[in-house]
Write a protein that binds this ligand. Structure first.
Ligand code: NI
Length: 253
């Protein structure tokens, strides 16, 4: 007889052991299903419907909301894509199963279509950062709209998805601006100043010290130091129980 791990254990005990392992597996599967349902509930809220409209009872949806305990935060990257550093960042995000948000400049899109396609395929949120990094409030409406619409059009041509969110450069947004397509602005709550310091330790320190639940962190994927800092921030904050989500999840909740 082959000597396995259960050799020497009486048959009734082996049965008990197998039963317990079976129960644990069922429990784990139920946990996965719960998390899945929870995510769908959140997604429903982002889409503007009440959770529960998709076949689950409102009571269940309520329970799921109560059960949710993860602290959510969002990493956002402006001014890209960069021909080298953005891909390096995407590799690191994929390894860590983290979703981020990228606000692209129209002028940086040509020749980098594959990077943008990858962003969309890997579940990141892609937003608009105008075509030439302009201050919207200093332009005539027509020109401002062209900056926005041309950028969105280029992104949609690659991803096949509409662009709904904008990060206005310098944080200057004109609420009265009416273009053909309505855009929702997404600002930030933590400014890493990564583009000016380019210092990995300083960027990490700033975020890890200041961070609070639902924070939206501003970074730029055009620097080696930012990529290194972002991945270190993820490793540190995941260990503290933070969950990294796309920025739309935080502004619409
Ligand atoms: Ni910018």
């Amino acid at each position: 007889m082959k000597k396995g791990r259960t050799a020497g254990i009486p048959a009734w005990k082996r049965g008990l052991l197998v039963g317990m392992i079976g129960l644990m597996a069922v429990g784990a599967a139920a946990g996965i299903r719960d998390r899945q349902a929870e995510r769908e509930g959140q997604r429903a809220m982002v889409m503007g419907e009440a959770p529960g409209e998709k076949g689950q009872s409102l009571q269940d949806a309520g329970k799921q909301t109560q059960k949710r305990e993860t602290k959510k935060i969002a990493l956002t990257f402006d001014d890209g894509p960069h021909p080298y550093y953005t891909e390096e960042l995407l590799d690191g995000l994929a390894e860590r199963n983290v979703k981020a948000t990228f606000f692209l400049l129209g002028q940086n899109i040509e020749g980098r279509e594959e990077i943008i396609k990858r962003m969309a395929e890997e579940g990141h949120l892609i937003g608009n950062h105008t075509y030439y990094h302009v201050d919207i409030t200093r332009l005539e409406d027509e020109e401002a709209c062209r900056e926005i619409l041309d950028t969105s059009e280029k992104i949609t041509a690659i991803t096949g998805q509409p662009v709904e969110y904008i990060r206005p450069p310098f944080g200057n947004w004109d609420k009265e601006l009416e273009c053909e397509v309505t855009m929702l602005p997404i600002f930030w709550s933590v400014d890493t100043l990564d583009w000016t310091t380019r210092n990995v330790d300083q960027i990490v320190q700033k975020v890890v010290t200041d961070i609070e639940e639902n924070d939206i962190i501003l970074m730029h994927d055009s620097y080696d130091s930012t990529v290194k800092a972002a991945l270190r921030i993820i490793d540190l904050l995941q260990a503290e129980g933070y969950e990294f989500v796309t920025a739309d999840e935080l502004i619409l909740e």
